[in-house]
Design a protein around this ligand. Structure first.
Ligand SMILES: Nc1ncnc2c1ncn2[C@@H]1O[C@H](COP(=O)(O)OP(=O)(O)O)[C@@H](O)[C@H]1O
Ligand SMILES: [Mg+2]
Length: 225
């Protein structure tokens, strides 16, 4: 089967002062080998959906299956391992660890997935080269530009060779030229066994995906693909 992620009747609400229903019975099958863009106005639920797909948050009801195996949201240990091995996540604001160098930020994600230090460091160096920042390996996040930090975040997301890459407005806080560079690096990471889902406000980038999804009134509408 080509479906790598299948969501079924997914509901998510938040109980703040007032109950907000964000995702309303969403069902969708995501195929591997494709890059999906997720569009929708601010507050439409893009991050909420990505946080469920990354197994960071739990739905109120409904299910998520990855590789035809239904996720048990009560088994957070298992889901943490699954996430570390299978899912690479990139946020709008890089959430790099401020007290660690670029190289360390990348290879720590490999250690977290249970790999040996030596292997982790050598993989991190290959990735630093791939994102064009080998000369910045000993720099701390505060010494890097926004675009450079995002490139480190991409390298970190890739180190465990994840089958699923989730990016939440990865270019949202960058100028257009830098954003294009980041988007090109991201887009190059697609392969037949992998899926990339990225949330964006930018129709220029959204149109470059294989499948454009719009979040409308708590649901997903496929515009193409
Ligand atoms: N932890 C939370 N507690 C309460 N409300 C939340 C929480 N997270 C998100 N929301 C609400 O859910 C809605 C969708 O938010 P979000 O998924 O962040 O939208 P988007 O990423 O599309 O801008 C918003 O109305 C937001 O205020
Ligand atoms: Mg968001």
């Amino acid at each position: 089967m080509n479906n790598i992620i299948e969501i079924s009747n997914l509901n998510k609400s938040f109980d703040a002062l007032k109950k907000v229903r964000v995702l309303k019975k969403i069902s969708y099958k995501f195929k591997k080998g494709k890059i999906y863009s997720l569009m929708g106005p601010s507050g439409s639920g893009k991050s909420t959906l990505l946080n469920l797909l990354s197994l960071i948050d739990k739905p109120n009801s409904g299910s998520i299956s990855i590789d035809n195996k239904q996720i048990d949201f009560n088994n957070s240990n298992k889901n943490d391992i699954l996430r570390a091995k299978k899912i690479g996540i990139i946020y709008q604001q890089d959430n790099l660890l401020p007290d660690f160098t670029a190289l360390e930020n990348i290879y720590l994600a490999s250690l977290a997935a249970g790999n040996k230090r030596k292997l982790s460091i050598s993989k991190a160096k290959v990735l630093l080269k791939k994102v064009g920042l080998l000369n910045r390996s000993e720099h701390y996040p505060s010494e890097l530009s926004g675009g450079e930090k995002q490139r480190i975040s991409i390298a970190r997301a890739l180190i465990n060779n994840p089958q699923i890459i989730l990016a939440d407005e990865p270019t949202g806080s960058l100028d257009l030229k830098t954003a294009k560079g980041i988007f090109d690096i991201l887009k190059k990471q697609i392969n037949s066994n992998r899926i990339i889902i990225f949330a964006t406000h930018n129709r220029f980038f959204a149109n470059k995906s294989d499948c454009l999804l719009e979040m409308i009134d708590g649901n997903i509408k496929a515009i193409n693909g």
